[in-house]
Design a protein around this ligand. Structure first.
Ligand code: NAP
Length: 237
């Protein structure tokens, strides 16, 4: 998918990988729709994008991706403005750190909502528009944690492992309609992710290892939109 001129929705665009992806897509000429719960954060990113590319007018739409009526309004407003949706980047996510034996089930349900059900619901919301156009690209942001075994990551990585399978099946189902569904596995990345962790004692969080920059991950997401490859795995820095 060509990025210049594409209408791209990015969830979790107010910080970290989402904000860096917005910068990269803006530089490449996309029409961006920035999504997150904290309005001031997505508005600040939109302001930076406008300053960098005055010929583009990014939308900043506050939404909780676990709220169906927010998703409905998000897609409606995007279509009112642009008439189509070319790319969806399901990037919003929530970390969780706990031993399996101690995992709080209510917190686990919350991260399942954000990391698994919300990407599914958002895909379902954008598909009618993509089907009308006969093309589209969906990028689901998973995690290298879902490819390995590391104590205290079981709940988080299991939500991402389910997203991996959902993405692979969606890819097979939607390819005949010209819609490409891809997956990226970032490794440890500089962002607010570790500050926003839910769950157990923070000392259980994996020790801080060398991290990728959010801009590096964003560049890989740009490559994935262009290539339509099934999966990108970002190796540890
Ligand atoms: N950083 C890493 O080491 C790493 C590694 C592998 C994978 N990942 C994945 O990369 C993605 C981006 O994370 P990040 O590292 O950039 O962390 P981040 O800076 O914490 O970004 C997460 C974003 O998701 C948004 N978000 C969370 N819950 C939401 C909800 N219910 N509705 C709408 N937006 C929501 C947050 O914005 P609001 O709070 O304003 O809503 C925030 O901007 C996540 O899916 C994460 O699992 C990260």
């Amino acid at each position: 998918m060509e990025i210049d001129g594409a209408v791209i929705i990015i969830t979790g665009a107010g910080s970290g990988i989402g904000a860096a992806t917005a910068q990269a897509a803006n530089a490449a000429g996309a029409h961006l729709v920035l999504v997150g719960r904290r309005q001031e954060r997505i508005a600040a990113v939109a302001e930076e994008l406008r300053a960098a590319r005055p010929d583009r007018s990014p939308l900043a739409i506050p939404a909780d991706v676990t709220d169906s009526s927010d998703l409905h309004a998000l897609v409606g407003r995007t279509l009112d403005e642009h008439g189509r949706i070319d790319v969806l980047i399901n990037n919003a996510g929530q970390g969780f750190c706990s031993l399996v034996a101690d995992t709080d089930l209510d917190l686990y349900r919350r991260i399942l909502e954000v990391n698994l059900l919300a990407p599914l619901a958002t895909m379902q919301k954008v598909l009618p528009s993509m089907r009308r156009c006969g093309r589209g690209s969906i990028i689901n942001v998973s995690s290298g944690a879902s490819l390995g075994v590391s104590p205290t990551t079981g709940a988080y990585s299991s939500t991402k492992a389910a997203l991996n399978q959902l993405t692979a099946v969606a890819r097979a189902e939607l390819a005949p309609e010209g819609i490409t569904v891809s997956l990226i596995h970032p490794y440890l990345t500089e962002s607010e992710f570790n500050q926003a962790l839910l769950g157990g004692d923070p000392i259980l969080a994996p020790a801080v290892a060398p991290q990728h920059s959010a801009a590096y991950v964003a560049g890989s997401i740009m490559d994935l939109i262009r290539s339509g490859d099934a999966v990108t795995v970002l190796r540890p820095a």
